[in-house]
Design a protein around this ligand. Structure first.
Ligand SMILES: [Zn+2]
Length: 294
């Protein structure tokens, strides 16, 4: 419960930054927001693997550095927005620096289990893809993975953050899954998918289903490192225990040096579940399923 409230607080802080600056168009530029606060942003040779950015405090001034090795503009924007999260979110500067000067090393992009890193990632997602502007863009962006790619370019943010935001608002059944090697790191589902009767969420660090394109993709780490992209098909019950045997697109993309892989499962068709108890048919994903535009 506490965690949930804090996430809502993160959303409202990001929203108030956007409203205060009267931003009404995509893409949102995190560099301008930093500049408006007198925060210098600059590229920097990254010392440690996995470190995407630094948030630096010197007296009353703050500085943001992002790793030079990041070539993807969307991920640079996401990283800078993550550091802005450490600036704007209550308690972050106090927690990270404890009143002294210092350097915080960030691992942004939904790869860290640290509570403050997760909050900063969440802030970045909300800052770069505000609900109203994102929903307007979503309505013009089609379906599935091509829509995610198009929205990432429209919002200038990372594919991972865009995929999560997409699943949050998509009408269709969508799952976004982060994996490394043969393990599932996390899974995020659209409400149309999460509400499918009988479907069980995979546990954190549970094994990737071996007979999937993602599993074979990850067996050759050059696919991951070279950011290769594959489009395939799968069945929902390959991925989720007790799910109906529905055909789903399985789009897979390697996330490079982070050695993580992003998988998006989706279908445009509502999922129909044969109810064993009374032989009725339950339509999931239609108007009655409880899904609504927010
Ligand atoms: Zn951080």
């Amino acid at each position: 419960m506490k965690h949930k409230l804090e996430l809502l607080e993160v959303e409202s802080v990001a929203k108030s930054v956007i409203e205060r600056l009267n931003i009404t168009n995509l893409p949102i530029c995190p560099f301008s927001i930093a500049g408006e606060r007198g925060i210098v942003t600059e590229p920097k040779d990254s010392g440690k693997p996995g470190v995407s950015g630094l948030f630096i405090k010197a007296g009353d001034t703050f500085r943001i550095q992002y790793a030079k090795h990041i070539k993807n503009e969307g991920f640079i924007h996401f990283t800078v927005a993550h550091e802005l999260g450490h600036y704007f979110l209550p308690e972050h500067p106090e927690y990270l620096f404890r009143g002294r000067d210092g350097i915080h090393e960030s691992k942004s992009g939904f790869i860290s289990d640290d509570f403050y890193e997760k909050q900063a990632d969440h802030f970045a997602k909300e800052l770069l893809m505000p609900e109203d502007l994102f929903l307007a863009a979503l309505r013009e962006s089609g379906v599935g993975f091509p829509a995610i790619i198009s929205l990432a370019s429209k919002c200038k943010t990372s594919i991972t953050a865009t995929a999560i935001r997409f699943a949050q608002f998509a009408e269709d059944p969508v799952a976004v899954i982060m994996s490394s090697y043969n393990r599932i790191n996390w899974c995020f589902m659209s409400s149309a998918l999460a509400s499918v009767k009988g479907l069980r969420w995979p546990r954190k660090n549970s094994p990737l289903p071996p007979n999937t394109t993602t599993a074979s993709f990850n067996r050759d780490q050059t696919n991951v490192l070279s950011a290769k992209q594959i489009e395939a098909w799968t069945r929902l019950d390959n991925w989720f225990d007790d799910a109906p045997p529905v055909e789903m697109k399985e789009d897979v993309i390697g996330l490079g040096n982070y050695r993580k892989t992003l998988t998006v499962l989706f279908t445009e068709d509502p999922i129909t579940v044969d109810d064993d108890d009374d032989n009725d048919f339950l339509e999931i994903g239609n108007e009655d399923s409880g899904w609504k535009w927010k």
